[in-house]
Design a protein around this ligand. Structure first.
Ligand code: XIL
Length: 418
């Protein structure tokens, strides 16, 4: 039974709205979730929304489980920040996507600046993972085991891990995670792998490398840090999701979704475009049965990472800085409602919280796509433009940024043309 008209009717009742997670579950997904961070948890208005399990059935710690916080010096482990968020999720009955184990960024200098042999660095990775995954054993729905191993041009990113171990660091990390928590789903997670291009092709290779090494990889996480008006087509997004499933992982997920304005303030028409873009991404996930859920990278513009990382950009999330729902929220909820099959009747009171535990919802086979995997192997200029760095050309190194201009590298995510 389709639910769209009834859901639309409920959404139209003033003061009554179905919430994102319950609608996502009704549509056959495991969750709709949000990242959060420790500093925000003292904001009562913020916390009330985060704790609403009809709105968010899953939480990702935005920072607290990263290496710089969990093993700031060798052999000295601290889980205070991560525990605060995992415990909050546990109290609420929300799933946790644990994030992240091996990443070049937010890595303490004792790791990144060391001169390691292969054996030494292998042991450092194994010890870190055994300790952290062991600490959280049984509490993580999934782990982002390796994060962002590919750079924007589609080659493996230079890092202490790659420099010392080549791509071997990837299966080393997956094997260690599997040994420490056999029940957690193990993910490769990256950005700009959501649409066809060189980075997508390389991400498929990462899956292959892990599998060929005899290690377990369950999922690919697609961060989905997008720009308003520059989101790939729904069919490209869907084909790319499907391509990872075809490569042999059992699930995919949008793990850090936000869609930012590259200049501010946002206009009314811009907010409508953002709503369309969020709809496109939501529909792509709905079209692939193995896309188990969507996580936004925090839910309010008040606490988004975007303004501090991409100067002058922002307004990327579903709630504004005052916790009002934006047009994009309405769009996502409408798309989810239209796809919902799990709720038989729809009145203001019968859009129920899912009665089963979050981890056991069943994906209806009717939503499975048969789309062919994407075959493109080269990054197109439009793909680079989606990242919109250096005048839309993307960062590919100092000499190829934009012909005739100078590109100043600012951080991993943003480079500025002078
Ligand atoms: C970001 C956090 O949101 C910021 O607070 C922090 O300063 C930098 O990292 N990709 C990831 C996330 O995998 O861990 C990043 O989170 C955003 C990009």
């Amino acid at each position: 039974m389709r639910f769209s008209a009834a859901a639309a009717a409920v959404l139209a009742i003033p003061g009554v709205s179905a919430n994102l997670h319950q609608l996502a579950v009704g549509a056959g997904k495991k969750f709709f979730g949000s990242a959060t961070d420790n500093g925000e948890l003292s904001d009562a208005a913020y916390l009330a929304i985060l704790n609403d399990t009809k709105e968010f059935g899953q939480i990702t710690p935005g920072n607290g489980q990263k290496w710089q916080f969990t093993e700031p010096s060798q052999g000295s482990f601290s889980y205070t920040a991560g525990d605060q968020i995992v415990n909050l999720a546990k109290a609420n009955g929300q799933l946790v996507r644990c994030h992240t184990l091996v990443w070049h960024s937010q890595l303490p200098s004792w790791v990144s600046s060391g001169s390691w042999t292969k054996d030494q660095l292998t042991s450092i990775i194994q010890t870190h993972i055994a300790n952290e995954v062991g600490h959280y054993k049984g509490q993580c729905y999934s782990w982002d085991v390796v994060n962002e191993a590919i750079d924007d041009s589609g080659v493996y990113r230079t890092s202490v891990f790659y420099n010392v171990l080549g791509t071997d660091f990837i299966p080393i990390a997956f094997k260690a995670a599997a040994a420490a928590d056999p029940a957690a789903k193990l993910y490769y997670n990256d950005y700009n792998i959501e649409y066809s291009g060189a980075k997508h092709t390389r991400a498929l290779e990462v899956v292959d490398i892990v599998q060929k090494a005899g290690a377990r990889i369950d999922g690919v996480g697609l961060q989905a840090h997008f720009i308003v008006g520059s989101v790939a087509s729904q069919s490209d997004l869907t084909n790319v999701l499907q391509s990872y499933i075809d490569a042999g992982v059992s699930e995919v997920s949008y793990t850090e979704l936000d869609i930012r304005f590259s200049s501010l303030p946002a206009s009314a028409s811009g907010l409508q475009q953002q709503a369309t873009d969020y709809s496109t991404v939501t529909k792509a996930c709905l079209a692939v049965a193995e896309c188990i859920g969507i996580t936004i990278w925090d839910f309010t513009d008040k606490y988004s990472w975007i303004p501090s990382t991409f100067p002058g950009q922002g307004a990327a999330l579903l709630y504004d800085e005052n916790f009002s729902k934006k047009p994009a929220w309405t769009a996502v909820s409408s798309v989810l409602a239209a796809a919902a099959t799990g709720v038989a009747t729809a009145t203001a009171t019968t859009i129920a919280t899912p009665s089963t535990t979050l981890a056991t919802s069943v994906v209806p086979t009717s939503t499975k796509t048969t789309a062919a995997p994407a075959t493109s192997t080269t990054a197109s200029s439009s793909a680079a433009a989606r990242w919109a760095q250096c005048g839309g050309k993307g960062w590919t190194g100092p000499t190829t940024c934009v012909s005739g201009s100078t590109c100043t590298y600012q951080n991993d995510y943003y480079s500025q043309c002078l």
